[in-house]
Design a protein. Structure first.
Length: 278
């Protein structure tokens, strides 16, 4: 009797596993056809009924991919984390950690990306070591820790490729120069001393001329109004406009420095990626 009950139980589990396997296949087909929401429902069904965790890793992994495709990164992180916990090998777990790091980077959560990457066990695989160094280089670069970033990027380049390694060092020097060259505080202070000077410092020549012309013209109008009417009339009618454009001038100079610096550093970042791919 016990033997018969055992055979029935095994048969039920086998049937259920086959059904879940078919559901997984159908979910994959739906996903490949672009029916992402239908695929999500099917994968969730597998998770709910998969009491033996036969398909749970694949379902969580694929659910994470589904949510990434619809830009729902918080849910993608949840299922990627679950897939990592269910992974049967270190390499499968590491792939999910890399995916978590990627999701954090995509959302500009660089500290969380670093926590994931630095918490990884040292891998014997050259592929995983290089991928980890590459992701760490990205995270540190976005945190403006350029020295540490270049240190990790250099590890992604073959030791015999001296040309690319030297190129990365030169890029680091250029990034440091850009950091000093386009200082937002300096641009702001210069425009407070003389309107337009901060824009000139940033290379915004048209903005420099406009700022100087507007504030100079309003300053002259303020003096003329005092002379022809009164100090009160000038303060009511002209001074607010002068203050507005004067304050706007040094604020715009600060923004111009930030934008110019960011754009220049982005170009250097693209050079880094090109050097690594060479």
């Amino acid at each position: 009797m016990l033997l018969i009950d055992g055979l029935i139980l095994v048969s039920l589990f086998t049937t259920e596993a086959q059904n879940l396997g078919q559901t997984m296949d159908f979910a994959s087909r739906q996903y490949n056809r672009g029916n992402t929401h239908e695929a999500i429902s099917l994968y969730q069904r597998v998770l709910f009924f998969d009491s033996l965790n036969i398909h749970s890793y694949e379902a969580c992994r694929d659910l994470a991919s589904c949510y990434i495709s619809v830009n729902d990164y918080p849910k993608a992180r949840v299922f990627s984390r679950m897939a990592g916990n269910l992974a049967s090998t270190d390499s499968l777990r590491d792939e999910q950690i890399f995916q978590l790091a990627y999701l954090h980077l995509a959302e500009n959560n660089y500290n969380y990306a670093l926590i994931e990457l630095l918490g990884m066990k040292e891998s014997e695989s050259g592929y995983f070591r290089m991928k980890r160094n590459f992701y760490l280089g990205i995270a540190y670069f976005q945190q403006t820790d350029y020295q540490r970033s270049i240190d990790f990027f250099i590890k992604c380049i073959d030791s015999t490729n001296q040309k690319s390694r030297e190129e990365l060092i030169n890029i680091l020097d250029e990034v440091r120069h850009i950091e000093k060259r386009y200082n937002p505080k300096t641009a702001k202070t210069l425009s407070m001393i003389l309107p337009g000077l901060g824009q000139l410092y940033c290379g915004e020549y048209k903005g420099a001329v406009n700022s100087l012309a507007l504030t100079t013209g309003l300053a002259i109008l303020y003096i003329v109004t005092i002379h022809n009417y009164s100090f009160l009339d000038a303060s009511i009618s002209v001074l607010p406009w002068f203050q507005r454009y004067y304050q706007g001038g040094f604020q715009n100079a600060e923004k111009a420095a930030i934008i110019r610096k960011q754009n220049r550093i982005k170009k250097q970042y693209q050079k880094i990626l090109s050097a690594i791919q060479t």
